[in-house]
Design a protein around this ligand. Structure first.
Ligand SMILES: *Cc1c(COP(=O)(O)O)cnc(C)c1O
Length: 361
């Protein structure tokens, strides 16, 4: 006899982690596959974690009061409506569990974040994937058309992972005006700080007008805290309480809470990171164009490249031989593309010279 696992296990997609960390020549690989920050956290955050380490014999604060207060100050937003999670992915899954019954429907764009298929798989709800436009942008009209009386949850990823494209807030506002008020809309803004289209906080104005809207954000990307697992959501108290019901009480560890509360107070550092990312985006973009490669209009910390006639697997292999790890489009539902995180300038130069080799191979 062997263990009999739940049927839903077969529905849950397997997550393929980034490639090995050292290449054949023994050099560290340029890790451009997971959209992490290439820069370590600001020194004050590292210090705060170090100082807090001696207190981990105690359970963490289950209500993350200090961090929620820090976020409340940062956004001028009531702390009662701020949810903190073990990565924003935990909040996504908790939201799905809190709103979806097996007879409900969930709408999201595709290709989009690899975590969304888990929400349908785990709850048994039917998922409706709405294809992006030919410019790799969310098709909001088609998404509206996909909403019916069974729909309980819509996710919009903005900027979208893996295509890096951004929808201006005013378009989201028009969309929200047409979505039924009982349908929860999660605006996944994991990369919102990086977009150069408008003020990254402009979406927060929408929260005042639409109580069914939640802005999901994270410390994993611009703040450089991916290894600690901490994210947050700005929404309603109702949303926070519902997601807390389905989660374990001590899900966000003490060091993560301390680090995030410190990181929030260093917005000048965030601005510096955003500027460096923008400089790399422009540089990579120009170099890719020089190689004759087309990319989507990127607004995040990664580019989405169309490989045209090139073989995706060959390109990925040549990049790996040059010690560059990227995310192949094949596994993201878009064969013939690559998602490449911006690293340091040295890493980006390595990527571009490897790409030049791939193009001329
Ligand atoms: C990276 C990412 C997240 C962040 O996940 P965490 O669990 O906070 O690390 C959320 N949404 C999208 C679209 C992402 O790409």
């Amino acid at each position: 006899m062997s263990i009999s696992f739940a049927e839903k296990l077969a529905r849950i997609p397997h997550y393929e982690a980034g490639q090995a960390s050292v290449d054949k020549v023994g050099d560290p690989v340029a890790k451009l596959a997971s959209n992490e920050s290439p820069y370590p956290p600001v020194e004050a955050v590292v210090e705060a974690v170090r100082a807090a380490a001696g207190a981990v014999n105690r359970y963490p604060d289950p209500s993350a009061r200090k961090l929620r207060t820090a976020l409340s100050d940062r956004f001028d937003y009531p702390s009662t409506g701020i949810t903190v999670g073990n990565g924003s992915c935990e909040i996504l899954l908790a939201a799905a569990e809190a709103v979806l019954e097996p007879w409900n429907e969930l709408v999201y764009a595709w290709p989009s974040f690899s975590m969304y298929p888990h929400m349908g798989a785990a709850t048994g709800a039917k998922e409706v994937r709405v294809p992006l436009t030919s410019d790799y942008v969310h098709d909001l009209d088609a998404m509206l058309g996909a909403i019916n009386e069974n729909t309980r949850l819509v996710v919009i990823c903005n900027p979208n992972n893996p295509t890096s494209t951004y929808i201006p807030t005013e378009h989201i506002r028009s969309f929200m005006e047409k979505v039924p008020a009982e349908v929860l809309v999660i605006l996944d803004e994991a990369y919102v700080e990086f977009q150069a289209v408008e003020d990254p906080d402009s979406s927060l104005d929408l929260l005042k007008d639409f109580s069914n809207l939640v802005s999901l954000r994270t410390f994993s990307k611009v703040y450089g805290l991916a290894g600690l697992r901490i994210g947050y959501a700005l929404g309603s108290e109702e949303f926070r309480k519902a997601t807390e019901r389905v989660r374990q009480p001590f899900d966000v560890n003490h060091l993560a809470q301390v680090a995030a509360a410190e990181a929030v107070t260093h917005q000048d550092d965030v601005t510096g990171r955003v500027e460096r990312n923008l400089a790399e985006r422009l540089w990579v973009s120009e170099e890719l164009a020089g190689l004759g490669l087309a990319e989507a209009d990127g607004q995040a910390n990664f580019s989405w490249i169309s490989l045209g006639d090139l073989s995706e697997s060959t390109v990925v292999r040549i990049l790996a031989e040059h010690g560059v790890a990227v995310r192949p489009g094949e596994g993201l539902g878009a064969p013939g593309h690559l998602r490449v995180t911006y690293g340091t300038r040295a890493e980006n130069e390595r990527f571009i010279s490897a790409m030049a080799a791939a193009v001329s191979a």
